[in-house]
Design a protein around this ligand. Structure first.
Ligand code: PMV
Length: 330
């Protein structure tokens, strides 16, 4: 059984979103995580993830390993109860199917995982691997899950590995839709009035989101009044941006991106490399640019007229970007 999940990029609102302010993010389908599961003749659950040089039986991995924790948790829930989707259906045939492997004991599987999403770069690689793996397991072991269930499961996994995540990554990746995200609220998608182009530039520096989120928390703890005000400003930017995207006034997003980048600099989550890519994009004609995601490394984004995207992309490479992706938001 095969399953895939896209990468994602945050357009506005990272970090402040952890404190309940809205953020906007969109799927990036040019990069994805892919999982294939086959029954195996050898005993055990074998995981092959050549990108990270991982070839191991499940039980040889620490139980909190990101991939192992998805499989353990899935086996646990699917063994405990029939799938909620199965339970809703009256056909006992389907329900029997969902229990069959549980009575046989653990299945013997070969799981192949690959991903074109750079790790720890703000493109949602962890959430994409979790979602693709979960969907492949759920199909292969006949335990259907809704998008809501996949999303809730992926959020629990994010919490194990990222401390206090807002849940934006797993939500965009699980639904594969543009999302106006507010922590703890029902998922809200948004319409794109007129398509626009984003150039994504990768610093090539991997920077764990957990650390930048923890550092912002220290700032906030030291002066809550000040940082609540900064987060309010970021939230306003995200709200305005949603309006502009919906009405098709995307050119006005440039100024909002620049302002959002300044506020992220104030939070001390930018870096000299991110700042120089942001600067290079603006000089090459971008309407605006900002870092995207946890910061300190990873990716930045630039808003471009479609015909300027290639020039901006070349300018980013000349300024040191390791890779660029041009994506249309529509
Ligand atoms: O996973 P990243 O690096 O795209 O960043 C996630 C965005 C943060 O707001 C920094 C953290 C979060 O949990 O929302």
């Amino acid at each position: 059984m095969k399953a895939s999940a896209p990468g994602k990029i945050i357009l506005f609102g990272e970090h402040a979103v952890v404190y309940g302010r809205p953020a906007l993010a969109v799927p990036v389908t040019q990069v994805h995580a892919d999982v294939e599961i086959l029954d195996s003749n050898s005993t055990g659950i074998w995981i092959h993830a050549p990108d990270i040089n991982l070839h191991s039986e499940l039980n040889a991995l620490p139980s909190d390993h990101p991939i192992a924790s998805v499989i353990h948790n899935f086996l646990f829930i699917s063994r405990q109860s029939p799938s909620p989707i199965h339970a809703e259906r009256s056909g006992s045939e389907v329900e029997a199917g969902s229990r069959a492997w549980g009575e046989r004991g653990f299945p013997n599987l070969n799981i192949k995982i690959s991903s074109s999403i750079p790790v720890a770069s703000g493109l949602g690689s962890g959430a994409a691997v979790t979602v693709a793996l979960l969907r492949a397991l759920s199909s292969h072991l006949n335990y259907p899950m809704t998008d809501e269930e996949v999303n809730a499961f992926a959020y629990d996994i994010e919490k194990i590995h990222h401390g206090t995540p807002s849940g934006i990554d797993n939500t965009v990746v699980a639904y594969a839709k543009p999302v106006y995200f507010v922590k703890g609220q029902l998922i809200e998608t948004f319409k794109v009035g007129r398509p626009f182009t984003i150039v994504i530039g990768d610093t090539g520096i991997s920077a764990p989101t957990k650390e930048s989120v923890a550092d912002v928390r220290k700032l906030w703890e030291a002066d809550r009044a000040k940082w609540e005000g900064v987060f309010d400003n970021v939230g306003e930017i995200a709200r305005h941006a949603k309006e502009k995207i919906e009405t098709g006034d995307w050119k006005l997003l440039g100024g909002l991106m620049n302002h959002n980048h300044e506020l992220l600099q104030e939070m001390m989550v930018s870096s000299p490399e991110l700042d120089s890519l942001v600067e290079a994009a603006r000089k090459a004609g971008a309407a605006g640019a900002k870092l995207s995601g946890g910061g300190r490394g990873g990716n930045m984004i630039a808003l471009a007229e479609a015909e300027k995207a290639d020039d901006i992309s070349s300018a980013l490479i000349s300024a040191g970007a390791k890779n660029t992706i041009v994506t249309q938001i529509s």
